[in-house]
Design a protein around this ligand. Structure first.
Ligand code: 16G
Ligand code: ZN
Length: 551
């Protein structure tokens, strides 16, 4: 009874906006910040219920609209593993957000807790970590989230302040594993595992002085600020941070990983003075990362090193360590060693990257767009590496593999200390600590790229030359109802409306190395078109013809 009246009175203070329908898409709820108070309040309720359902495990609530405009905001939930909210709860999230009155809301909650067997009685505890990016609207939305959480008896909110999205996911994961999970713990884990990788660099590898310096575009968001902190803990790493948000630039405006990857253009503050330098760009909440270099003084075009190439770099390094580990030759160690390494991409992966990865002998699989799909697939391997071309990705290690790796390392330490195998085991263990296994993380990804480039002795140009991207083109077509397009096979085939796929096939067949697909966006009311072909003109022309099929 207390619970009912508490919910009724608190929810009446957060009436939903009139005439908008929100949906928990691939990125949670996202909209103009002015529309979101009620939604965020309700997500607070949902997070508390989720924690109760998971026997009091910690749940995360992150306020961010990532690479979108500064006037937008959004909210998404991190499950106890640190990953995305279980897909089975998404329909409930939609229903909650759109309940028209407090009475409806209460009824929905009552029905849902009954169906999910969540007890709202007796002693219990739910714990929710809150985080937000640098958006000004974050402060009042944070308050709404807190109100939602405290309208469920026994639920407590812990405010982690302004953090990157992946930091919050990391904290949720760490807390549920019983590991210390403050921001300082995050920085310490990243910096110590980075140092470990640097200490293990073979003495022969040496990069030139020019290649020492890294210049980072912080998208005028939270990432630059956090990288400043991290840099102080990493002596010996030469990083210059621009667009940190302190010099008046606007979040995501002409800056950031999304801009750089989509426009293939240098972000504001970068240009001819940076020719040849190794540059990187984070997105607004620092869960995406791309690298680039400016090839010549004459224009602001860039040589983009995207998520596919980061995936390739990580895969080469991991494979090298696994090969070393499985080499025989040291006596007294169990000789056979096999790890299942898998690579996960989406249809947006450049065709040249997929060819390259397959040539390396790697197992490459595809999923639909959206981190939750890639992550889930990657979790099927001992080591799963996933990346979207846009720069979101990570590496995940299975618990059983990490255990055997640890044992293996101990074994080497006693019988062949200092051996190549022991070092390979240690490198893999360090990677598992450096990389954020909860979700893609620009900061931890950046440190891993930096460590591997130094290990290989590679410049960004050498890295970029692993393979040459096929020219590609992306378009979007505004439609009345994007749900009319239904795809299959990881979004590579249209099954509805009938006839479209045949028409796409006919267009594609006209171009050497042509490939094209369409898919409904998960975040906007548009159909997205992707095309690649052997020349830029051909890719543009194929994209245009396919877009006309949709119109
Ligand atoms: C979201 C996804 C991202 C995906 C993008 C596609 C997460 C955390 N983020 O930002 O992975 O690439 O949506 O957007 O899953 P679209 O559906 O509008 O093309
Ligand atoms: Zn982001």
């Amino acid at each position: 009874e207390d619970q009912r009246s508490l919910l009724l009175s608190s929810s009446s203070r957060f009436p939903p906006p009139q005439g908008v329908r929100l949906s928990y898409g691939t990125a949670g709820f996202r909209a103009d910040a002015a529309l979101l108070e009620s939604t965020v309040y309700r997500v607070g309720i949902l997070a508390a219920l989720r924690s109760l359902k998971m026997d009091g495990s910690v749940i995360g609530v992150m306020l961010t609209a990532s690479h979108n405009r500064v006037s937008d905001n959004g909210v998404k939930i991190a499950d106890p593993s640190g990953g995305m909210l279980s897909q089975s709860w998404e329909p409930f999230a939609d229903a909650l957000a759109n309940a028209p009155t407090s009475q409806h809301l209460l009824q929905l909650i009552t029905e849902f807790v009954e169906k999910e067997n969540i007890s709202l009685e007796g002693v219990r505890r739910a714990e929710i970590l809150l985080g937000r990016d640098t958006r000004p609207s974050g402060e009042s939305l944070l308050e709404a989230a807190k109100q939602g959480i405290s309208s469920i008896l026994g639920a407590v909110a812990i405010d982690m302040g302004i953090v990157t999205t992946p930091q919050l996911h990391w904290m949720v994961r760490a807390r549920n594993k019983g590991i210390k999970a403050s921001e300082l713990d995050y920085f310490e884990q990243l910096s110590s595992s980075f140092r470990c990788l640097i200490d293990l660099i073979p003495s022969g590898s040496k990069i030139s002085e020019v290649d020492e310096k890294l210049v980072v575009d912080g998208a005028n968001g939270v990432g630059g600020e956090k990288l400043e902190v991290l840099r102080k803990m990493l002596d010996g790493m030469v990083v210059e941070i621009r667009n940190s948000g302190k010099d008046g630039g606007v979040l995501n405006e002409g800056v950031g990983a999304d801009y750089v990857q989509k426009e293939k253009f240098a972000p504001s503050g970068f240009g001819s003075q940076d020719v040849g330098l190794r540059c990187a760009s984070l997105d607004g909440d620092a869960d995406r990362l791309v690298y680039f270099s400016v090839p010549s003084k004459s224009c602001n075009n860039i040589d983009l090193v995207d998520g596919d190439k980061m995936l390739s770099l990580f895969a080469i390094f991991i494979k090298e360590q696994l090969n070393t580990l499985s080499k025989e030759g040291t006596e007294n160690t169990s000789s056979s060693y096999h790890a299942r390494l898998g690579v996960v991409q989406t249809a947006y992966a450049n065709g040249a990257s997929t060819d390259y990865l397959k040539k390396l002998g790697l197992e490459v699989v595809f999923t639909p767009t959206g981190v939750k799909y890639l992550h889930e697939k990657a979790a099927e391997y001992d080591i799963g590496i996933y990346f979207e071309a846009n720069g979101h990705g990570t590496i995940i290690f299975s618990e059983s593999f990490l255990c055997s790796l640890e044992a293996r390392y101990q074994e080497f330490s006693s019988v062949s200390k200092g051996s190549e195998q022991q070092k390979a085991a240690l490198r893999l263990l360090a990677v598992s600590k450096l990389i954020n296994q909860a979700v893609g993380d620009a900061l931890s990804g950046l440190l891993l790229v930096e460590a591997i480039l130094q290990h290989m002795g590679w410049s960004i140009q050498r890295w970029s030359e692993l393979y040459k991207d096929l020219p590609s083109r992306q378009l979007k077509v505004k439609v009345v109802d994007r749900t009319a397009v239904i795809t299959a096979n990881a979004e590579t085939v249209v099954v509805r409306p009938p006839g479209i796929q045949e028409a796409i096939n006919a267009e594609t067949a006209k171009y050497p190395r042509g490939r094209s697909f369409i898919r409904p966006s998960g975040t906007e009311d548009v159909i997205r078109v992707y095309a690649e072909a052997s020349s830029q003109e051909a890719a543009n022309s194929l994209a245009n013809s396919v877009a006309r099929l949709v119109d």
